[in-house]
Write a protein that binds this ligand. Structure first.
Ligand code: HEC
Length: 173
């Protein structure tokens, strides 16, 4: 068996071969989103939304298995717009959803504007939607900060992961 010291040496050499740029270029991934979503503790995504996007602690939390029920779906133009140009529609949904995940409902309600985002079609988001500002998510991000994981990368990773819950066929490729 390899000694702990020998292992540390290999790990060290391995890490040194990664340039600072390699860290800076951390990419969003579904796997990272899975870790973040399911992190234990107060006000993580899973805490409010539940396993696989349903049955969490907050009954007003959006049903993540059903993106057609999301406010982002209505604000992006609803069913007609989705049918007309699914790709452009999902791009609009992605932009607004990344924003609310990253900033939480209060800041999103106050500031989000984008081409094709029809704010008048929806009620303001429920302030309980904290997104990444919940304590467990903040702790998760702090843990990976040195690896170049920014809030934007974390939000996009969560977005990739929650698409795996979709039972409405909105995100199907
Ligand atoms: C403290 C509870 C809470 C936490 C933490 C939370 N959410 Fe939510 N989330 C909600 C509630 C409540 C809503 C419904 C908001 C509304 O419809 O006004 C919601 C809505 C959403 C929506 C639907 C948005 C839409 O357009 O209708 C998505 C997507 C979402 N949350 C993803 C996440 C992800 C990913 C995380 C973790 C990074 C997270 N949420 C953390 C409570 C929470």
């Amino acid at each position: 068996m390899m000694s702990n010291k020998a292992f540390q040496k290999i790990l060290y050499v391995g890490l040194m071969s990664l340039t600072p740029q390699a860290f800076a270029q951390a990419q969003p991934s579904e796997g990272m989103g899975k870790g973040l979503y399911n992190v234990e503790g107060a006000n993580s995504c899973i805490f409010c939304h539940g396993i696989g996007g349903e049955g969490g602690n907050i009954k007003e939390a959006a049903k993540l298995k059903h993106p057609k029920t999301w406010k982002a779906f209505a604000a992006a133009g609803g069913e007609a717009a989705f049918k007309k140009d699914p790709k452009a529609f999902v791009a609009r949904m992605k932009a607004s959803t990344l924003n609310i995940i990253q900033l939480g409902a209060i800041r999103h309600n106050a500031s989000y504007k984008a081409e094709g985002y029809n704010k008048a079609a929806i009620k303001p988001y429920n302030a309980q939607m904290m997104g990444l500002s919940g304590a467990a998510s903040v702790a998760w991000m702090n843990k990976y900060k040195d690896k170049g994981i920014t809030p934007a990368i974390a939000a996009e990773s969560a977005w990739l992961y929650i698409q795996t819950f979709d039972q409405d066929g909105v995100f199907k490729k």
